[in-house]
Design a protein around this ligand. Structure first.
Ligand code: MTE
Ligand code: MO
Length: 252
């Protein structure tokens, strides 16, 4: 409780700071001054998000809580010939492409991905269709991959292009950079101690643990850094966001 009050007080202080800046805004008019004010506002918004949970972790569970059965949903066995060829060869030819607004676009094989630092987490997956399941996921923090690629200043979203089509259209998802650099956001290639199976997104799937099931893109082939989601799919940031108006930020 005390914590809650402190937090509110700090946030109120920040909002107060914002109001002061707006006051200055009316007097200052030179371009550099305006730019400084805009910068400070950005920082204020950023600080608020930090306080109200930029780094909040999704709950993690003990091994004894792992579900006996984990339903596979949406695409469970992609039929696309390119994917089938990769799967038939144990994904040895598969490469994760990282491109868009990055300084060093690169491709990464599954073997290379497996040699990078790993994170393991036991988390609950919640699907909007009304089921949940707990599993252990292992993979590479997405932040490491993005740091390696080097983001350009205007990069704002990471878009995950998937191998499968659903109802004729390619599945895709996207997240903002706060979630992209969140410690529990990983590119998972193992589930419950086994290589990730095809039903669950082999060879890699996104785990973005503070959000709902449809954000957990399976069969990820390419990560594209973009400034805006306009022009990607239907422009709303994801397959289900485009079709059913699902929330972009699917917080749980
Ligand atoms: N590429 C791709 N990713 C996807 C989907 C899909 O159909 N294709 N379905 C989404 C939905 S709605 C859910 S609930 C989860 C299901 O993951 P699972 O099959 O491992 O349970 O994947 C998400 N990611
Ligand atoms: Mo879902």
């Amino acid at each position: 409780m005390a914590n809650e009050i402190d937090r509110r007080a700090v946030i109120a202080g920040l909002i107060g700071g914002g109001a002061l800046l707006s006051g200055c805004d009316r007097i200052g008019s030179s371009a550099p001054f305006q730019a400084a004010v805009e910068g400070a506002r950005g920082l204020t918004m950023h600080s608020q998000r930090l306080l109200i949970g930029r780094d909040r972790l999704a709950p993690e569970f003990g091994r004894d809580k792992i579900s006996d059965r984990f339903h596979a949903n949406g695409t469970t066995d992609p039929i696309e010939p390119a994917y089938r060829a990769l799967a038939a060869n144990g994904f040895r030819q598969w490469r994760l492409e990282v491109d868009g607004l990055v300084h060093r676009p690169f491709g990464l094989s599954l073997a290379q991905l497996q040699t990078l630092p790993q994170r393991r987490q036991i988390t609950r997956h919640d699907c909007v269709e009304g089921w949940s399941a707990i599993a252990e996921w292992q993979g590479v923090p997405l932040g490491l991959i993005l740091a390696h690629a080097g983001l350009m200043p205007d990069a704002r979203y990471a878009v995950f292009h998937c191998a499968d089509r659903l109802g004729g259209d390619q599945y895709y998802e996207s997240i903002d950079l706060i979630d992209a650099f969140h410690p529990q956001t990983i590119l998972a290639h193992r589930m419950n101690g086994q290589p990730l199976g095809i039903a669950h997104g082999a060879p890699i799937r996104l785990r973005v643990e503070r959000q709902l099931g449809y954000k957990q893109a399976k069969y990820v082939m390419r990560i594209e850094l973009v400034a805006t989601l306009d022009g990607i799919g239907g422009g709303k940031g994801g397959y289900w966001e485009d079709r059913r108006n699902y929330d972009y930020y699917a917080g749980i």
